[in-house]
Design a protein around this ligand. Structure first.
Ligand code: SAH
Length: 341
């Protein structure tokens, strides 16, 4: 593991083993994650030690930046050390800046409507590659990001250890010092991951991509449902809510004539009964390879109203950056990355 991915305690140990003073480990952590300095700019680190450590790993580089003309949303393509490209979206809300972070190059979940999964899983991102997405955007925009949501490409719970290390590094008071409550993991429903997360004792938000209320229909749009059936998923979510006392967010992409009927409202009500939950409706975003469309605006509003009338907390996701294809499911690594300075 590279030193930029170690916790302060690990760095201290690593220093001691290298015959250095353990407190150098803390100085390195603060210099890199807190002050964002390159090794040679850390005046408290002796040259001798800097040489021993060598360069930081190749950082992710923003190779393309698209700015929305409709709102303040920005979309980025980042290049990784091996030439792979992942994407991110920066959104501005009243409470601050939120960055949508990618956790994998590609994805193996196979959701029919999602572009990121088209070419399957290429590889997991390292913790530093997720951290660097945050650091690169902060440096580029001269801002501080207050929230991260793991809703870029990839299934975060399929890269569990790296994702957890990323979040812990982001949380460390000597680094970015971000509250766990400002972090969201979004999953297509990886049950083992949900069970593990429940035991971590960190109050991150959990969002689940539900998209269907019936197992056999869900399997057709989300192949992962064959491995983790809805019933099993809901049991895991109940355990999670009991264990953590947290409310769970359900993402529900509305597909016209498929999952937007009375049946879905009834089934949703029974699925979520007694569970502290919030439903976030996402009108389907059109993509090239999926031949369905979103319901009309009135239909979306009606769906929301009916769920609310049943006592379910439910909102429609605001669409940001729609002119730069920044919306859910549209992030596409296929675009040719141009160098921008
Ligand atoms: N793998 C994780 C996180 C990435 S996807 C997950 O499945 O939750 C982030 C969200 O965007 C998910 O809810 C996903 O289902 C949704 N999404 C993907 N493609 C979409 C599309 N074309 N239209 C609307 N939402 C989409």
């Amino acid at each position: 593991m590279h030193w930029t991915e170690m916790y302060p305690e690990e760095l201290k140990e690593c220093m001691a083993e290298a015959g250095e003073k353990p407190f150098r480990g803390v100085q390195l952590f603060e210099g890199h994650h807190g002050k964002r300095k390159a090794l040679e700019e850390m005046s408290n680190i002796p040259d001798r030690l800097a040489k021993k450590l060598g360069d930081a790993p190749y950082a992710v580089r923003i190779v393309k930046r698209l700015a929305s003309k409709l709102d303040e949303t920005k979309k980025y393509l980042y290049r990784l050390h091996d030439g792979e490209i992942v994407e991110g979206v920066l959104m501005r809300y009243h409470h601050g800046y939120s960055l949508c972070v990618s956790s994998q190059v590609g994805c193996k979940m196979g959701c029919r409507f999602c572009v990121s999964t088209r070419g399957g899983l290429i590889r997991n991102l390292r913790p530093y590659e997720m951290l660097d997405q945050v650091y690169a955007v902060e440096a580029r925009e001269g801002i501080s990001i207050s929230n991260v949501i793991l809703m870029g490409s990839g299934e975060p719970l399929d890269n569990y250890d790296h994702v957890l290390r990323f979040l812990r590094l982001l949380h460390d008071p000597k680094g970015k010092n971000m509250s766990y409550r400002n972090m969201t993991i979004s999953t297509s429903g990886v049950v083992e991951g949900i069970d593990r997360l429940a035991e971590e004792d960190i109050p991150v938000n959990l969002a689940v991509s539900l998209h269907e209320t019936d197992q056999s229909a869900r399997k057709k749009i989300m192949p992962i449902a064959a491995r983790y059936p809805l019933e099993e998923l809901m049991r895991a979510l109940r355990r999670y809510a009991d264990r953590t006392g947290q409310r769970i967010t359900f993402e529900y992409t509305l597909i016209r004539g498929k999952n937007d009927g009375e049946r879905n409202i009834r089934e949703m009500q029974s699925l979520l009964r007694g569970l502290p939950a919030h439903i976030n409706l996402i009108p389907l975003n059109p993509t090239d390879h999926y031949d369905e469309s979103r319901p009309a605006r009135e239909e979306i509003l009606r769906f929301q109203r009916e769920l609310s009338q049943k006592g379910l907390s439910c909102t429609i996701r605001r669409e940001l950056g729609s002119d730069i294809q920044a919306s859910c499911g549209q992030l596409k690594a296929g675009c040719e990355a141009e160098e921008t300075r």
